[in-house]
Write a protein that binds this ligand. Sequence first.
Ligand code: HEM
Length: 436
Amino acid sequence: MQTNKIPPGSFGLPILGETLSFLFDRNFSKKRYQQYGSIFKTHLLGRPTVVMIGPEALEFVLSTHIDNFSWREGWPANFKILLGESLFLQDGEEHRRNRRLMMPALHGPALANYVVTIEDITRSYLQKWEEQQEFTWFQEFKQLTFDIASQLLLGTRPGVEGMRLSQLFTTLANGLFAINPLPLPFTKFGKALAARNQILEHVTEVVRQRQQNPTKDVLSLLVQARDEDGNSLSEKELIAQALLLLFAGHDTTTTMLTWLCLELARHPEVLQRAREEQLKFADVGSLTLEQLGQMPYLDRVLLEVERLRPSVGAGFRGVVKEFEFKGCYVPAGWQLYYAIAFTHRLSEIYSQPERFDPDRFSPQRQEHKQYPFSLVGFGGGPRVCIGIAFAKMEMKIVAAHLLSSYDWEILPNQSLNTMGIPNRPKDGLRVRFKPR
Ligand code: HEM
């Protein structure tokens, strides 16, 4: 190492560090970025932490120096217990092997098999919303995306079984960031553990069924997946990965769809252009993957939602090998926090970054292409979200149906401020909905 100068910044108070300002001060990163730039130190959740911001820093973390960092040692301890030995918490060769085995089920030709199911489930929700007329979209999208994820991943039957699983996943998710990690029946963490056990029971049963009789769902593809040496995922691995995919696959998509509908309602000119693009598919009936690839304006709208309203605002890593960045030295053992949401609002990259402006991604402007790693709502590099193609396809199918056949308006007297993990409008976006 050329230097032993640790990054500028403050460790804050003994024990607490700067955790409270990090949690409650909306301008935490902004103030420090203005003062120190793209790398600074702080102390979060009991650990010395380095925060990294901006495309150059993100390229370093997500791509060029990925082996200096561990996912397992980065995310809060609750993740390790609740999400177990799954891809999200694996590193090195083990991660690479499992990712290779899992990729085909979520990319390329496999996706074409999922379109019909996604459309069928979407249509049933559209009909329900038409009847309800007024509802909270966040709650509805949560059920919709869970139905899609559970039917496509596990072949779960809609109805009672789906509802029960969905509730168990909500309880599991509540435990991930629970501050009190005591596994007692009345703590969030204790309830999450109990939910995990019930989910595991169910998933184990389905894994065993698919091992006997594979179908066309994602789990069946995972059961049959083989690497170049003929190795496959063990039963234990299949169970852990299935639980992870179900978990990772719906809350994120839910919030992004909610923000999409909110921004479209707020920007009628964008909605109108996106709607016109759908006219050419109006008589076609069911959508195909090919048609979904012919919606460049909707692509831009979704990129802008990803930029301005990223479902995952940041990511954690553990520093496992010391490193140097911009003349600062960071020792092994620290925690690293890489900023997604804040990077997306840097005026060095995006003009008028607070404005919702899908045309910043038009072929003429391409603001996100000036520097690599400027748009990282799905992460980036070799560990970019494995569900990115699946999620984009799902969101486009839902959006295409909404745009071509429905109108909606935001109901008054509700808070649309951002809150929660993943970020969502506080009151969940209550709307009045009708066919066009
Ligand atoms: C709008 C929807 C989604 C968003 C915004 C999103 C976002 C992300 C982000 C930011 C990461 C990287 C986190 C990091 O670098 O620390 C990630 C990783 C991951 N996502 Fe997604 N995700 C979405 C949908 C999905 C879906 C549908 C699935 C599964 C079907 C999924 C499965 C995963 C998995 C397994 C990883 C870990 C990949 C690895 O480490 O190799 N995600 N996602």
